[in-house]
Ligand binder design. Structure first.
Ligand SMILES: Nc1ncnc2c1ncn2[C@@H]1O[C@H](COP(=O)(O)OP(=O)(O)OP(=O)(O)O)[C@@H](O)[C@H]1O
Length: 309
């Protein structure tokens, strides 16, 4: 007879296994966040990020991306479940763990009256490590005047400053909430290059939310789709392109194709003129289209629309 493990048991069993293998940067177990009148914004999420992974988090407005990032970082207490960062409870970080974390919130509550340079000096005092050369390089490359008050910087400059602040102490885990929303295309490209460098140089684990799919398409990030409080799908982009197909045709044909090719149905719309299912097949094992069955690969935007409806 098997027994379902309670979340607490599962979390501690997982913690033991993590300790044996080296704890991952992020491990969420049975995570649940409810808001008044809105239960299940995060709905029993089990998720982990591997060291050095760079994950783009996608989801519609209100899907819960900010809530998820805040909860993963221990800034918001979940109604159920647990988050561990490098094996430590996210809600009880010690100074050493704090120094390993970097966060760029969606609306940076930067100190408006501080001059940009003073703000960085202030944050510098909190961290055992601070890369002055990186800060100087980014401040001049990104054109942020050090002597201007933060409140007088443009939105894009404030966002850049927030990114500089988060990169300066060389965190091992970096979470960014729509970090490029106010950046121009050149700034976005430069930011992405910086992220990639950070990962290549230091093996930083990065999780960032974004709505700008074209940026993701340019870099081979791992993509995670948040929908209905869970990660509906996560894979590197090339794997998504190779393995995920939209099938359209009569339900019987769709089921037959899934059965014959061992597909995993990710979403299905059976109503309407032509039912269509989004299905993941092992590489090289996709059904072929015929007169009764349409079978097509999707670009990131179409995949987003199908998965996050
Ligand atoms: N403090 C709060 N109190 C009540 N409801 C909240 C609170 N914060 C978020 N919510 C609700 O939880 C849901 C998820 O919000 P969240 O900001 O996490 O979404 P998001 O995916 O980051 O959205 P966006 O893409 O628009 O930034 C929304 O419906 C929002 O109204």
């Amino acid at each position: 007879m098997t027994h379902a493990l309670a979340v607490g048991d599962r979390a501690s069993a997982q913690a033991l296994a993590d300790d044996a293998l080296g704890a991952p940067p992020v491990r969420a177990t049975g995570l649940r966040v409810d808001f008044k009148g809105q239960p299940g914004v995060i709905a029993g999420l089990d998720w982990a990020l591997a060291p050095g992974q760079v994950v783009g988090l996608l989801g519609r407005n209100g899907a819960g991306k900010t809530t998820l990032l805040e909860t993963l970082l221990g800034l918001r207490e979940p109604q159920a479940g647990e988050v561990r960062l490098f094996g430590q409870p996210a809600l009880l970080p010690d100074d050493a763990l704090r120094a390993r974390l970097g966060y760029v919130p969606q609306h940076a509550a930067l100190f408006e009256d501080f001059r940009a340079g003073d703000l960085l000096r202030y944050f510098r005092s909190f961290y055992p490590r601070w890369n002055d050369a990186k800060v100087d390089g980014l401040m001049s490359r990104w054109d942020i005047p050090r002597d201007r008050r933060v409140g007088q910087l443009s939105q894009g400059q404030q966002q850049r400053l927030s990114i500089v602040r988060a990169l300066a102490h060389e965190p091992d885990l970096l979470m960014l909430d729509e970090p490029v929303a106010s950046l121009d295309p050149a700034g976005r490209r430069d930011f992405l290059r910086e992220l990639v460098d950070q990962v290549l140089d230091r093996g930083t684990t990065v999780l960032f939310s974004t709505h700008i799919l074209s940026d993701l398409e340019r870099v081979a990030f791992n993509i995670a789709f948040l929908s209905r409080g869970r990660i509906a799908l996560q894979a590197p982009q090339d794997v998504l392109a190779d393995e995920v197909r939209l099938l359209a045709g009569p339900v019987g044909r769709l089921q037959a194709a899934v059965d014959a090719h061992g597909g995993q149905v990710l979403s299905r719309r059976d109503l309407g003129e032509q039912p269509r299912w989004l299905v993941r097949f092992a590489e090289g094992n996709q059904p072929t289209a015929d007169a009764a069955l349409r079978c097509e690969a999707l670009n990131l935007e179409d995949l987003f629309l199908e998965l996050t409806q």
